[in-house]
Design a protein around this ligand. Structure first.
Ligand code: SAH
Ligand code: SF4
Length: 364
């Protein structure tokens, strides 16, 4: 019987130790292996010279180091790079690198498409096909790091789960990937430099709190349930009050200074001063900061970007209430790499009803 080889890029250290233990090997082999993979970017058994020939041979039958295949690479005028990566037959995901002064942020995808159906988001409009594996998530970081080796400028210092998909609907793989990103024998990133962004899957947010303490961003986008029910449909199952309670409790257990609330500015929909005051009332005196995101249009989108004056006034209301608020710079929009513009390729859409059933299905 032939067994499918395990992609080692998806195994956190504990799982890797188990793999070696199952082979009758010492667990320190896991650290050795991770050093080859992550510290030295060596992904060929033959080059791992401190592993015995016999061990390399045995491993050769059982493991692999598959990186995602690049279909296209786009370089934006502002230095942003977008890769379109193959994710199986006629499926593709996207990964974006955003260089800034003194840091480099990699925006990774967690799913092929997204089932959450937010009407202002290109990924949401595409529908959902499947969850990515932990190896496919870590593979995006590994691949981008390799590609950036040949470019001047900042390296990957931050990773954000803000690409395609809802990371908390793929919690198991995301937690494994985060583990590898934070591990000193993995990418060694500090927990403040890894951010999971969610549209508000409350039960999974609680589970994330049990498994991890990374930075959290929440796509709020509306200050009341009536509007959020439309803009972020998962709100019908987990309304704002419930979501915010889960956020405060996550901030507490993960010992975070604050949770970032993302708020896309849609002209005439959610950008009035009155709505800003409502939002301020929800967040005042809480561990919260706000990230206002100018709406990024995509083919077929029926929203408009708020005028700069409206964004400035909205921000001022929040600042006056003592809430730290920044307006996110639009980056990479000439190559459709800005927030909400990622589309990849999603074929054979799977229809998943919102709510309990979907959450169970996606948690598998
Ligand atoms: N699914 C997760 C993370 C991916 S989206 C989430 O929703 O949080 C990253 C951010 O971009 C989210 O806040 C999302 O709401 C926002 N976004 C989606 N479409 C957008 C658009 N067209 N313009 C600007 N921001 C958008
Ligand atoms: Fe999915 Fe996030 Fe887009 Fe909503 S905004 S459809 S949750 S990727």
């Amino acid at each position: 019987m032939t067994v499918n080889p395990v992609n080692l890029l998806g195994l956190p250290r504990a799982d890797l130790e188990q793999l070696f233990a199952d082979m009758g090997e010492k667990t320190f082999r896991a650290r050795q292996m991770m050093q080859w993979m992550y510290a030295r970017s060596v992904l060929r058994l033959d080059d791992m010279t401190d592993l015995s020939k016999t061990l390399r041979h045995t491993l050769g039958d059982r493991v692999e180091f598959g990186l995602p295949e690049v279909q296209e690479r786009h370089d934006a005028a502002d230095g942003v790079i977008k890769w379109r990566l193959k994710a199986g037959d006629s499926q593709a995901i996207e990964t974006v690198f955003i260089p800034e002064e003194g840091r480099g942020t990699l925006c990774v995808s967690a799913q092929v498409g997204c089932a959450m159906d937010c009407p202002f988001c290109a990924t949401g409009r595409q529908g959902f096909n499947r969850n990515l594996s932990a190896a496919e998530i870590v593979g995006q970081v590994m691949l981008a790091r390799q590609e950036l080796d040949s470019v001047a400028g900042p390296r990957i210092s931050n990773v954000v789960f803000m690409g395609m998909g809802e990371p908390l609907a793929n919690l198991r793989a995301v937690v494994k990937a985060v583990d590898i990103l934070l591990d000193d024998f993995g990418f060694g990133l500090s927990r403040r430099r890894v951010t999971v962004s969610t549209s508000g899957l409350v039960p999974q947010l609680r589970k994330l709190g049990e498994a991890s303490n990374v930075a959290l961003a929440v796509s709020l986008h509306a200050p009341d349930d009536a509007l959020r029910d439309v803009l972020v449909p998962i709100n019908r199952r987990h309304p704002i009050a419930e979501l915010l309670e889960a956020c405060w409790s996550y901030a507490h257990t993960a010992n975070l200074k604050d949770v970032t609330f993302e708020y896309v500015m849609l002209a005439g929909v959610n950008d009035s001063a009155e709505q800003a005051r409502k939002l301020a009332r929800l967040l005042v005196d809480r561990p919260a900061k706000v990230n206002l995101i100018p709406f990024n249009p995509f083919p077929g989108s029926d929203y408009n970007r708020s005028p700069q004056a409206a964004v400035d006034e909205f921000r001022q209301v929040l600042l006056d209430a003592g809430i730290m608020t920044v307006t996110r710079k639009t980056r990479g929009d000439d190559i459709a790499a800005a927030c909400g513009q990622l589309a990849g390729q999603v074929s054979n859409r799977v229809s998943v009803p919102l709510g309990r059933k979907m959450q169970q299905d996606l948690l598998q």
